[in-house]
Design a protein around this ligand. Sequence first.
Ligand code: SF4
Length: 149
Amino acid sequence: MLHAKEIITKLQTEHKASGAELLELLRCEDVYIKEELRKAAQAQAQETFGKAVYLRGLIEFSNFCKNDCLYCGIRKSNRSCSRYRLTEEDILSCCKEGYNSGFRTFVMQGGEVGRDIHVFRDLVADTSEEAIDREAAYILEFEKSMMRK
Ligand code: SF4
């Protein structure tokens, strides 16, 4: 088994580590090793992303969930939660509004319910055809309107 310091070096050079090695780092209590790991992670992040800050629009497309995690406001046993599920049109409308606000990528988030997967899968499939035309048309229109300003 490698020592924590060697695992950090391995991560920096090979960009991989075994499960046991990652566990070794997570369990490490040595403040110097932790600081070294933090600096290595920061250096890697800056090498990959630079100093830019990337923002993503978050679309919570449903708050139905079959699970019951105690800390979560949308857990299935929370009777006071008002449930909703966005339609495909709603989601695309959110993307449009987000685009207007400057977002260019979106994260879809929702509770865990199997049937929502189908809606989402249909949406993604649709995005490759009709919706992409709609969005492309919208983006084109948006770009044109920005050029007029
Ligand atoms: S949304 Fe996530 S955290 Fe909340 S109850 Fe469902 S699985 Fe748990």
